[in-house]
Design a protein around this ligand. Structure first.
Ligand code: GLN
Length: 226
């Protein structure tokens, strides 16, 4: 019997069942091609999503990093904001990285004047450019118990951080900033995963494996142990 997603499996064991899954990557702007490559390495079909109708038939969706204001503007222009909200509200598995994390958050601070459309669904507050005040981009080793003992190398690019979490949000990783303050940089709440950094820019497949496991569990491909 297959176990739930939160305990990781060797890729070789998983690929047999993952072949049936199709995961969309919102491809309006930003680092979508890198996510698609990682998914394909896991034996998952990856589909670029640019139109509302391309959400049909997907088992999961990744909203990549990039620039959240631009991505939201393009999504509005292409009629994607409401379909994306409906997708998330229906409880479909969704992973936001960096700008994607901002768009999935219920509340954001540090937004550009006039704000921006948020898709929402994740009960957190993000500070849109949390680290910007200190340094634009940096890399760090994170301890992420959900991904096993080996530390995770994380690439932060004008990254947000989670400054407040609702009661049903699990914290997967935090980081001590240059002021000695601990801030949350990865969370999961049911079918939603959000990371402030860019796993698709490293060679470590573990975050994609975790998400694919979440998708498989919810699409019925993987049996959940009682
Ligand atoms: N802080 C950026 C924003 O507001 C996100 C940066 C990123 O995705 N690398 O969209």
């Amino acid at each position: 019997m297959w176990e739930v997603a939160s305990s990781l499996h060797p890729i070789a064991d998983e690929s047999r069942v993952m072949n049936n899954l199709t995961i969309g990557v919102l491809a309006l702007q930003g680092a979508f091609a890198e996510h698609m490559k990682m998914l394909r390495r896991l034996g998952v079909e990856a589909r670029a999503v640019r139109k509302p109708e391309e959400l049909a038939g997907l088992d999961g969706l990744i909203i990549p990093g990039g620039e959240s204001t631009t991505m939201a503007l393009v999504a509005e222009r292409w009629g994607l904001v409401q379909p994306l909200k409906a997708w998330v509200q229906a409880g479909r598995p969704t992973w936001g990285t960096c700008a994607g994390m901002i768009l999935l958050s219920d509340r954001a601070t540090g937004q550009k004047q006039g704000g921006q459309a948020l898709i929402g669904g994740l009960d957190v507050t993000v500070n849109r450019n949390y680290f910007g005040r200190q340094i634009d981009s940096f890399e760090a080793e994170l301890s992420v118990p959900a991904l096993g003992d080996a530390p995770v190398h994380a690439v932060f690019i004008r990254a947000p951080a989670v400054t407040q979490t609702g009661p049903d949000v699990d914290i997967l990783a935090d980081l001590t900033d240059s002021a000695g303050q601990s801030v949350v940089v990865a969370v999961q709440a049911g079918p939603i995963l959000a990371t402030a950094f860019h796993p698709e820019l490293t060679d470590d497949l573990r975050w994609h494996e975790l998400f694919v496991g979440m998708v498989a569990e919810r699409s019925g491909v993987v049996e959940v142990e009682e």
